[in-house]
Design a protein around this ligand. Structure first.
Ligand code: GLN
Ligand code: ZN
Length: 768
């Protein structure tokens, strides 16, 4: 037996390993920011009161990070609404439909203008909102044009730095990097064709230079510039600009040290080499999302004297770190950089604040989770282990261990036993409908405040199950009767029993847990509580059959069943990482397959499986997209291929930028695909409607995101254009998404207009 070599602490030779995080949740332990901003918007509180809440929240964050043991605390990670918007306002990159910057000291006007950009104002529609990379956080898209003049007009980063310093917290201000900012912005409608925001780069760099000088003067020693765009193909292709940006900012004489942070994936050796060779002092890399970050470091022969900020703790999922594995990985990194800081893979904005606020999770699950506060502690622990070698503290912190509660042999056996036939529907299936321009809706009807109140009371145990369910049946009666009276062809039950299209199913599936307090910011004051998919998924019993069958019993017209698809169930949850996503998606697909079969058995002839997030989960890099679409498509097909050829499978997607996934949508093999189509409707109709007879396409004929009621003539005009391009038998007529956020008054009128428009166009079809 060989004598074990004495354990040398990996960091024995080095005392300089530090800890930091890229950012932290802003909303507060009890969603204080949501409440404070909503009350300010209602006019119930003043700007001063809102500012006071925000200042408390910021102080709370700094204190929490210090308590967790974080050495280098970030600031300017707070935002009243969104950090991209903050950046646009800071540099006066605001479209001319909004007021000019407020006079100095007019805080009310300053906030009014800021929130107008986010939420709109009489006459001025807000900036467009879109998803931040492949997360469920939304940012506001700056609109730039050749007449935009970037200039530093605000002082938020400086003010928050000073505020923190005064409270005893020296911090590292975080800014959105200029390259990412410009590549995420769009050319305003009035910009000439071919003009792009990057043309403002030099002017914007002048403004950044001025800000860096101001921060230095205020005493900041280091500033973080976030460049997550480098994880995308577009960002990787912009290395020339990257070089220009950091040569320029790095060569300023009066400036703080610069940390260029990247996240949401590796950046490639070319970008890394540019950063290494530029005068910036530190580079942050995401070493969690994929395996290529370390390869890149090897390709550039390490970072040399540039400090490596190693994102080794997953900033966007909720699992505890596997500390021994992370220590081993960091050991390798020590050979690739002279200076090392341990960090999260991205801002902790994307996870809930504190696991300690969860009191009812099963102990085994609770023990394998870490929220933001726990992740900060993990980062601090890792830095301490590397610097001081305190193995005893982490020996048991193996986050990767999964107990028997997480696996279900029956699910695995069932999946293994499936042959290829389980993923195929017969090609001969008849037509989904005999009427051209069949009218339908996307699923939900307005969720009245009465319904919401009843559900809350039922959940608190204050309303008996019988009474609650009686209410739901009455609601379904009303919704079915209304649809018949309006004259819709394929009806829905209206989804009155659902709070949310993912949570509803998560609560009814094994392998899923929901949290009490696990709020994450989605946009502005809107927060969501993503469920946690921790183990093998199975369906203990029917989830929707009772309600759909009840609706069907009230009408002779077909009622369409409504389910949430596997990709969307994953995209809006925190998902286990101990097996490939595709495997988890298949388990969800199998559970849904059972539900679809039960719906069919209950006499339901149309089933819609919503894949609202199919586009969102698309990998940022093209080379990974094929594999993603393969598993996404198989999981959907597993869910939907068990039915008879005469059952009509629908799917729905909430966006219209299909360019990248048209092939995937086609491969889903749904009989009818409904999509949001407010903008590029005709392209869509051609792309999706021309796939042969029997492949239905339902381009949303009106925008449900606005309360506006579309006149009959407008819908009629759109339909006439469409029938000129595709077989009317393939065209379905529907709104562009569910109606749950609207009121009955507008929904009734809009649907009546839609049905009338379809009737008029049908009447003029050849042979009608
Ligand atoms: N069936 C869902 C609804 O109508 C679809 C929602 C969505 O696509 N986001 O509400
Ligand atoms: Zn939708």
């Amino acid at each position: 037996m060989s004598t074990p070599t004495p354990a040398t602490s990996p960091g024995a030779s080095r005392s300089s390993v530090r800890s930091t995080v890229h950012g932290y949740p802003r909303i507060g332990p009890d969603r204080e920011l949501k409440r404070a901003s909503e009350s300010y918007w209602r006019g119930a509180t003043t700007a001063r009161e809102l500012d006071a809440v925000a200042a408390d929240l910021r102080r709370g964050v700094y204190a929490q990070l210090r308590e967790a043991g974080i050495d280098d605390i970030p600031s300017n990670t707070f935002s009243y609404y969104d950090h991209v918007l903050d950046t646009a306002v800071l540099f006066d990159l605001v479209p001319s439909r909004f007021a000019p910057p407020a006079a100095a000291g007019d805080r009310d006007e300053e906030l009014r203008r800021y929130f107008a950009l986010a939420r709109g104002d009489q006459g001025a529609p807000p900036l467009e909102m879109t998803k931040w990379f492949d997360t469920n956080y939304h940012y506001l898209v700056p609109e730039l044009s050749p007449s935009t003049r970037p200039r530093l007009v605000g002082d938020k980063p400086v003010a928050e730095f000073r505020e923190a310093a005064a409270a005893g917290f020296p911090t590292r201000p975080v800014l959105l990097g200029p390259l990412t900012f410009l590549l995420l912005s769009k050319a305003a409608d009035e910009a000439p064709g071919g003009w792009e925001p990057l043309q403002l780069l030099d002017q914007l760099l002048d403004a950044y230079a001025q800000l860096l000088g101001d921060l230095r003067a205020a005493g900041a020693t280091e500033v973080q510039l976030d460049e997550p765009i480098l994880a995308t193909d577009e960002g990787r292709a912009a290395v020339g600009h990257l070089e220009r940006v950091y040569q320029r900012l790095g060569s300023l004489t009066e400036r703080p040290s610069l940390l260029v942070s990247t996240y949401f994936g590796s950046v490639g050796a070319a970008a890394l080499r540019v950063l290494k060779d530029s005068p910036v002092e530190a580079v942050g890399l995401d070493l969690v999302t994929d395996d290529e970050g370390v390869d890149d470091l090897v390709k550039v022969s390490g970072l040399g004297g540039t400090r490596l900020v190693a994102g080794v703790v997953d900033g966007r999922n909720v699992w505890r770190a596997d500390v021994p594995a992370a220590v081993a990985g960091l050991g390798t990194l020590l050979a690739l950089a002279d200076e090392l800081t341990v960090s999260t893979s991205c801002s902790l904005l994307h996870v809930p604040l504190d696991l300690d606020a969860e009191t009812s999770l099963a102990p085994e699950l609770h023990g394998s989770l870490a929220f933001a506060r726990q992740k900060a502690e993990e980062v601090a622990l890792l830095a301490r282990v590397l610097s001081e070698g305190v193995e005893a503290e982490y020996a048991d912190r193996n986050g990767g261990a999964r107990g028997p509660a997480f696996t279900d042999a029956r699910v695995r056996a069932r999946l293994d036993a499936l042959g290829p036939g389980a993923y195929e529907r017969p090609q001969e299936r008849g037509l989904p409908t005999d009427t051209p321009l069949t009218t339908t809706t996307i699923g939900s009807f307005p969720q009245t405040s009465e319904l919401r109140r009843a559900r809350a009371a039922y959940r608190r145990g204050e309303l008996a199950e019988d009474a609650y369910e009686g209410m739901l049946r009455e609601e379904i009666d009303r919704v079915v009767a209304l649809q018949e009276e309006i004259g819709l062809d394929v009806l829905v039950h209206g989804e009155p029993e659902r709070n949310d299209m993912v949570q509803y199913f998560a609560e009814r599936l094994e392998g899923y847990a929901t949290t009490e307090n696990g709020w994450v910011q989605s946009y502005g004051s809107r927060c969501v509580r993503p469920p946690i998919l921790f183990g093998d998924v199975s369906r203990p019993g029917p989830m929707t059959v009772e309600w759909t069958a009840y609706a069907q019993s009230r009408t002779d017209r077909p009622v369409k069943g409504m389910l949430t698809g596997p990709v969307t169930m994953l995209a809006w949850s925190f998902v286990r990482t101990d097996q490939p996503l595709g495997e988890t998606a298949r388990q969800v697909g199998l559970a849904l397959r059972d539900e679809v079969a039960d719906l069919e058995r209950a006499g339901i002839r149309h089933v819609q499986v919503d894949e609202a997030a199919l586009r969102e989960l698309l990998p940022l890099r093209e080379e990974r997209r094929g594999e993603y679409l393969d598993w996404a498509v198989s999981a959907f097909r597993l869910a939907t291929s068990g039915v008879s050829p005469s059952t009509v499978i629908h799917t729905h997607m909430c966006y219209s930028e299909f360019g990248l996934i048209v092939g995937g949508i086609d491969a889903l093999d749904a009989d009818v695909t409904s999509v949001e189509a407010a903008r590029s409707r005709m392209e869509l109709v051609r792309d999706l409607g021309g796939r042969g007879r029997g492949r239905g396409i339902g381009p949303g004929v009106y925008d449900i995101h606005s309360p506006r009621v579309p006149p009959v003539e407008e819908i009629e005009g759109a339909l006439r254009l469409m029938v000129a391009h595709v077989d009317a038998g393939n065209l379905w007529v529907n709104p562009d998404c569910g109606l749950k956020t609207r009121g009955y008054a507008e929904v009734e009128q809009a649907l009546r207009n839609m049905v009338e428009a379809a009737r008029r166009v049908r009447a003029d079809l050849p042979g009608a």
